[in-house]
Design a protein around this ligand. Structure first.
Ligand SMILES: *[C@@H]1O[C@H](CO)[C@@H](O)[C@H](O)[C@H]1NC(C)=O
Length: 359
């Protein structure tokens, strides 16, 4: 009996930490009216479905995972609301296994046109040092180590004169592999100096690239198909079988205000206290040390087409908090979004995190 209990408990612990995606489906649905948007929001917030792509506007597709035991219920609610959907994966476990198999068959070398393991990214950064333009210096700097002793490594392109800094980080969310892939392309574009815009930017600013902000989580998401959709870091949470904190809900500023969970098993768990996590502390302390020189900071994600500006929380009147320089930030965000839209013919939302996602 005792053994049986222990086995059951172990099983519960393992399954709570790592969902097994057997029989899960991924649906894509394009909202066309307000009741569709409300249903999508309910599925995300109330039902806790895992959204790979969020949609907060008409004609923009949402993609979400549906566990096997909720499929009938979800199908029914979608059809009651007249929300049309496509099944883009009818068995997530199978599809993940296949994509891991394909990657395992490929040679493990760093490449700018593919996804790369954490180790390959580190060696790729070493290679990129060799591409440093002669007018600047390129430097690697570790701003700290993770709990699993992996470096949180910056690639800096600098000149001696302590210029203003443009910062790009990525992979705070482990599973968003497209974000570091994109960030590496940006880094390469600045280093290559083939585009006149890149040349003029480097003549003016220092650039700091943090390609992998969450090395433990990112590495974990590469380990097996079951880990592929891991989002948080990997720190154990005392008193819970679930690991990990959502690092971008763990910073000091307005910690635990809106859209953040106190439940360690949640994908949006904000941590046991403000900046409780080693990764958060390292990045936060480093940014404070260079703070007055940072002229632009962009965190790249890959879950929606949005330019999200500060802030994400509501103020004491339950209104979205707006910083004093909002208009300036919005103008920059609009320029950014317009340029992408004009190049790729896509639609990008713009606004504070609060007004864009939460309202
Ligand atoms: C939303 O659109 C669907 C599909 O066209 C329709 O069945 C439904 O009645 C609409 N809901 C509202 C509230 O307009």
């Amino acid at each position: 009996m005792q053994t049986f209990n222990v086995i059951l408990m172990l099983f519960a612990a393992v399954s709570a930490q790592q969902p097994n995606y057997e029989g899960y489906q991924v649906l894509s649905a394009i909202p066309e009216n307000d009741s569709h948007l409300k249903l999508l929001k309910d599925l995300n917030v109330k039902d806790g479905l895992d959204f790979l792509k969020i949609s907060t506007r008409f004609e923009t597709p949402a993609e979400f995972l549906v566990p096997r035991d909720q499929i009938e219920n979800v199908f029914e609610r979608l059809s009651i609301n007249g929300l049309k959907y496509n099944i883009i994966s009818s068995n997530v476990a199978e599809d993940l296994k296949k994509s891991f198999q394909l990657r395992n068959d490929e040679p493990r070398v760093f490449g700018l046109d593919k996804y790369n393991t954490f180790e390959d990214i580190l060696s790729g950064l070493d290679d990129l040092l060799l591409k440093c333009p002669s007018s600047a210096s390129c430097v690697l700097e570790d701003i700290g180590l993770t709990p699993e002793n992996k470096p949180i490594r910056l690639f800096k392109i600098v000149k001696p004169s302590q210029r203003k800094i443009v910062w790009f980080d990525s992979a705070i969310h482990a599973r968003e592999w497209l974000a570091p892939a994109t960030n590496l392309k940006l880094l390469d574009a600045i280093l290559s100096q083939e585009d006149p815009n890149a040349v003029s930017l480097l003549n003016k600013y220092d650039f700091y690239f943090l390609i992998i902000m969450n090395p433990d989580g990112y590495s974990f998401s590469w380990e097996s198909p079951d880990n592929r959709l891991w989002r948080k870091n990997r720190t154990p949470n005392p008193g819970s079988v679930c690991r990990g904190t959502d690092l971008n809900r763990n910073f000091d500023v307005n910690w635990m205000n809106d859209g953040t969970s106190t439940e360690p098993c949640s994908d949006v768990f904000g941590g046991s206290s403000a900046a409780s996590e080693t990764e958060t502390q390292n990045v936060q302390n480093y940014l404070r040390s260079i703070g007055s020189r940072v002229i632009a900071l962009t965190s790249i994600h890959s879950t929606a087409q949005m330019i999200l500006l500060p802030y994400g929380h509501t103020d004491s009147n339950e209104e979205c908090a707006i910083p004093a320089d909002h208009e300036k930030q919005l103008a920059a965000g609009n320029a950014f979004a317009d340029a992408i839209e004009n190049t790729y013919d896509t639609i990008w939302e713009r606004g504070t995190g609060c007004s864009t996602i939460c309202k």
